[in-house]
Design a protein around this ligand. Structure first.
Ligand SMILES: C[S@@+](CC[C@H](N)C(=O)[O-])C[C@H]1O[C@@H](n2cnc3c(N)ncnc32)[C@H](O)[C@@H]1O
Length: 476
């Protein structure tokens, strides 16, 4: 039987900006998500996918543009998956992020909480990222103009970002507003060089081609690292490319490459080879305790570091302030990554114990303590669900404060149970996903009440919001 066509909803008013950066409309009882619309727009929506309680659609006609709508500043807006909220003012973006936290706390959390503090805006709303990964592809995303050209005249090589939901289509980027220069200059020069030399751009369908990815990292002090990922070990072409980057961009302090012969793009399980310069960058941040003291953080090619580093200071400072340290505390830093929070708070407490399952991150955490002459941190590599036991607490001392910063999926139930068992006076929960945070806090509600909530904007022009919550022990 032929499938019934999805409906077209006409003259629908967009009412909210929410999940995954999509705008929200309501048609009778049905919630409809559409990309790139703005609250207040009146539109026709073609439904493209239907689930039980909601459906996904795309706008086919704008009857009225919202007064809230502003002109997006990036020429790739609307195609690139990167900055979906550019057509809203920054004030509106902040308002909707704040609302997102309130909504999920009410809808999922159902616990009591004090008035949420006004979200901390990011000092920079463009060029704030310290890391971007561009992908080479011989399947360039073709716009309307390209499609007018005869097939043989279309440029099919691209270096840029994935088109959302299409693993093999890459949007060729002219200018990206996310990372400071020389990010754009390097990408454009490398693409031009690759075309001139006739190097093959990768084909993600057939797994053929030579050039796969280029990762650019930088620090707030202007250091730059470039990592080029090749699909095979063609020495001459690799040497040519590395020489080209080194001689064209003397600012690159660390030039590295990877030969990734696997079918997936993950390089954390591959050897990263140094071509020239240092194998790491050094990021710095003011110590929240020492007057004028600066903390250093080593960033290797695969180390995690918050991608908006200037705003990361405000995020960590929020967690620091909410913890209200007096100097005598034993603190556990759960999901500690490269120990950034541990080292950030170390001078203000008696001892910090960090746990994280990526071993190389734990090595970085040790190095970060060493280079800052910090002696009161201890780090363990292991899965928190297994590591955080009564024996672990007996060995490391009962924490007065637990700071937890889990991935988007939130904390494992076993970890929550264990926190309830350990029952520190305070839990400071840093989250990049308020929905899972709300779920976890509801479970912690058995012994904890919410004392403070501070959202922080780390990613302007996206729907992402970071949220820091202080929980206080209510039951002894
Ligand atoms: C949001 S990051 C935290 C980063 C760190 N606090 C910082 O600011 O640099 C979450 C971390 O949790 C780690 N992780 C995820 N699941 C884990 C688990 N089950 N056990 C231990 N660590 C885990 C990830 O490797 C990642 O480093």
């Amino acid at each position: 039987m032929p499938r019934r066509p999805y409906p077209l909803f006409e003259n629908v008013t967009i009412i909210d900006a929410g999940a995954e950066g999509k705008a929200v409309a309501r048609v009778d009882e049905l919630v409809v998500f559409v990309p790139f619309a703005v609250p207040g727009d009146v539109v026709d929506i073609q439904v493209v996918a239907r689930k039980k309680s909601f459906c996904e659609g795309r706008v086919t006609l704008y009857h009225k543009y919202s007064e809230r709508r502003i002109e997006a500043f990036c020429s790739h807006f609307g195609t690139c998956g990167g900055c979906k909220w550019q057509n809203m003012s920054y004030e509106d973006q902040l308002m909707y992020k704040q609302k997102q936290v309130d909504d999920v706390f009410q809808r999922i959390g159902k616990f009591e909480y004090p008035a949420i503090r006004p979200i901390l805006p990011s000092g920079q709303s463009t060029y704030y990222r310290n890391k971007l990964e561009y992908t080479f592809s011989n399947r360039r995303w073709l716009d309307r103009e390209d499609m007018q050209l005869p097939a043989e005249e279309r440029q099919m090589n691209a270096l840029g970002f994935h088109i959302p939901q299409l693993f093999d289509r890459i949007l060729d980027i002219d200018h990206c507003y996310l990372q400071p220069e020389p990010s754009n200059a390097i990408r454009l020069a490398v693409r031009a060089y690759a075309m001139e030399q006739g190097l093959e751009f990768y084909d993600a369908r057939t797994h053929t081609g030579f050039l796969r990815n280029i990762i650019i990292r930088n620090t707030t002090t202007g250091q730059v690292m470039v990592i080029v990922v090749f699909a095979r070990n063609d020495r001459e072409d690799i040497e040519g490319m590395m020489h080209f980057i080194k001689s064209s961009f003397p600012v690159v302090a660390s030039l590295m490459y990877v030969i990734n012969e696997k079918h997936n793009d993950v390089i954390t399980d591959q050897e990263v080879l140094l071509w020239s310069g240092d194998p790491f960058l050094l990021e710095t941040m003011p110590d929240p305790v020492g007057e004028g003291k600066i903390l250093k953080f080593r960033i290797g090619p695969i180390s995690f570091f918050q991608t908006n580093p200037k705003q990361a200071w405000h995020l960590y400072k929020t967690a620091f302030d909410l913890s209200g340290f007096t100097g005598s505390e034993v603190v556990y830093d759960l999901y500690c990554g490269t120990g950034t929070i541990s080292n950030f708070i170390a001078h203000a407490v008696k001892e910090v114990v960090g746990i994280e399952y990526v071993e190389s991150a734990i090595s970085d955490a040790h190095v970060n303590s060493e280079i800052n002459n910090i002696k009161n941190t201890r780090f363990y590599a292991g899965d928190l669900a297994k590591e955080l036991t009564a024996e672990f607490v007996a060995l490391n001392g009962k924490p007065d404060v637990i700071i937890t910063d889990p991935p988007r999926s939130g904390m494992h139930e076993k970890v929550i149970k264990q926190i309830l068992e350990i029952a520190p006076q305070k839990v400071v929960y840093v989250s990049c996903n308020p929905a899972t945070q709300a779920r976890d806090i509801a479970l912690l509600g058995e012994k904890y009440s919410v004392a403070d909530v501070q959202p922080v904007d780390m990613f302007p022009h996206t729907h992402h919001v970071e949220n820091v919550v202080l929980l206080k022990l209510t039951e002894k």
